[in-house]
Design a protein around this ligand. Structure first.
Ligand code: C2O
Length: 337
């Protein structure tokens, strides 16, 4: 049977947060009796949101994005659309704050399994629509960190300005732009020359793809990650996080990762990889047809602060969700080993 959306009233201390982390509560706001609505895609006539590569974003776009994030940070802390609540959603589903329905004591974990791509897609989907709503712009789209292309292989500069709402002080200070990104980072910087590192990164991209192991109701969490999740997704988290913090906070550990606005650009590109796989690399490939995947469900709050039940089958088609990605080419497709 599919993993079911959790009982939101039964959120508890996250079981996977390490003891060295500060005491946190990552249960999102929820008032007893809130009735969830089932997800419906946006009208086919609504504008297509085109997500730009972060390193190509222009001033006008940046001003909009910064305004939206700053408004999100100013919402009352208990508004489910506030930045304060948004990171908690990730924490709750990623650090075991919910048990599986019908399996008390068995956590829900959306990493390291086949729910990784769909869950994060829908998380970004709602986050993006909330940001757009806050600035009254139905075309607003999140940027993506284009780490699969040479020009995107450093920390995106728009997040590195200390005066911007996109800034987070808890990051690796040795990795500020233009320091080159290592897609296979495992805790120590390599000293291979930049050109070689870029080639190595392009070859990692080529070898990657994809989805993660089956995970059904009653299964132990983390049956196994797909290749993109293992590398480069995990190394990019680790590379960004702050080694001065006990657990590489913010980006270097799941519970705090989504406190850093760059999380959403990182996951924009992770999501773009899934989109590219389905649209370009293996057109017609449906990933899985198993109903235990298609009917797995989650809860999110939408831009009107309504509680929405989403199933994996709702997440499969970006066009139906009215978003797409700026076309920036795929330099790794023809990388020479
Ligand atoms: Cu849910 Cu990149 O982590």
């Amino acid at each position: 049977a599919p993993i079911q959306a959790p009982d939101l009233g039964d959120c508890h201390q996250p079981v996977d947060v390490p003891a060295t982390a500060p005491a946190i509560n990552c249960c999102p706001t929820y008032s007893a009796g809130t009735v969830a609505i089932d997800f419906t895609p946006p009208p086919a006539s609504s504008p297509l949101r085109v997500r730009p590569a972060a390193h190509l974003a222009d001033r006008a776009y940046l001003a909009k994005y910064e305004r939206a994030v700053s408004l999100m940070k100013k919402l009352p802390a208990d508004d489910p659309r506030s930045f304060e609540q948004q990171w908690r959603v990730h924490c709750a589903y990623c650090d075991g704050a919910y048990d599986q329905v019908g399996f008390p004591g068995l956590e829900i974990q959306i990493h390291s399994c086949w729910l990784f791509f769909p869950w994060h897609r829908m998380y970004l989907y709602f986050h993006e629509r909330i940001l757009g709503k806050l600035i009254g712009d139905e075309t607003f789209a999140l940027p993506f960190w284009n780490w699969d292309a040479p020009n995107g292989m450093s920390f995106p500069a728009i997040y590195a300005n200390r005066w911007s709402p996109l800034y987070d002080p808890r990051r690796n200070q040795a990795h500020l732009p233009p320091f080159p990104l290592d897609l296979d980072y495992s805790g120590t910087d390599t000293n291979i020359p930049k050109d070689q590192l870029i080639d190595q990164n392009l070859n990692i991209m080529k070898a990657e793809l994809f989805m993660g192991q089956p995970y059904r109701a009653g299964d132990q969490p983390e049956p196994g990650a797909g290749t993109v999740e293992s590398v480069p997704h995990n190394p990019v988290h680790r590379w960004t996080g702050d080694p001065r913090q006990p657990n590489g906070e913010d980006m270097g550990i799941f519970y705090s990762a989504a406190r850093d606005p760059v999380f959403f650009a990182h996951h924009g590109n992770v999501d773009r990889m899934w989109h590219i796989r389905r649209a370009l690399l293996f057109p017609g490939d449906t990933d899985f047809t198993d109903p235990d995947w298609l009917d797995a469900s989650f809860f999110f709050y939408d831009e009107e602060a309504r509680l929405v039940r989403v199933r994996v089958r709702d997440s499969l088609d970006p066009a139906a969700l009215r978003f797409t990605y700026q076309d920036v080419g795929l330099p790794w497709l023809n990388a020479k080993p």
